[in-house]
Design a protein around this ligand. Structure first.
Ligand code: HEC
Length: 126
């Protein structure tokens, strides 16, 4: 009997992994609203970084209408991180990318700032 139970669990687990891998897990309206609310309020803990974030990145990355991946929306950031890696995302920010201006509209941000801001956007609590 134990083997049967384990088999069912393993099947469910692999189904969940397959869904996650395809990005087809349904997102409820509540989940989406929570992500938007979090994006609108979260700022980096470091005050110097927070000032740059609020001045440059936040206007677009906390606006669900903008088309930018939302701040802290891990689900939106994971495929970008997987596709281009941290270095690729840094290059996108430096050069500009689709709707995003070069340097993410932060001319006084250094490379460290960009790396920290990208990590923060992608979900790290910096
Ligand atoms: C004027 C609006 C705007 C501002 C300001 C802005 N972004 Fe973006 N950003 C976007 C949009 C829109 C996208 C999505 C582009 C697409 O994939 O079509 C994006 C995408 C990104 C990406 C993903 C790039 C990729 O290769 O997938 C990173 C990283 C990023 N932004 C970082 C930043 C950082 C850091 C700041 C602040 C220093 C910033 N952005 C400021 C609009 C903006």
């Amino acid at each position: 009997m134990k083997t049967v139970k384990f088999g069912a669990k393993a099947l469910l687990l692999s189904a969940a992994i397959a869904l996650a891998a395809c990005g087809e897990e349904p997102q409820t309206a509540e989940e989406r609203a929570a992500i938007i609310a979090a994006a609108e309020t979260r700022v980096p803990a470091d005050p110097v970084l927070a000032e740059k974030y609020e001045r440059a990145c936040q206007a677009c990355h906390a606006d669900p209408e903008n088309g930018a991946p939302l701040s802290g929306d891990v689900r939106a950031w994971t495929p970008r991180m997987d596709a281009r890696g941290a270095e690729g995302l840094l290059q996108s920010t430096l050069n500009g990318f689709e709707g995003m201006p070069p340097l993410g509209a932060c001319p006084d941000c250094g490379i460290d700032d960009f790396e920290n801001l990208i990590a923060f956007l992608a979900g790290d609590e910096k």
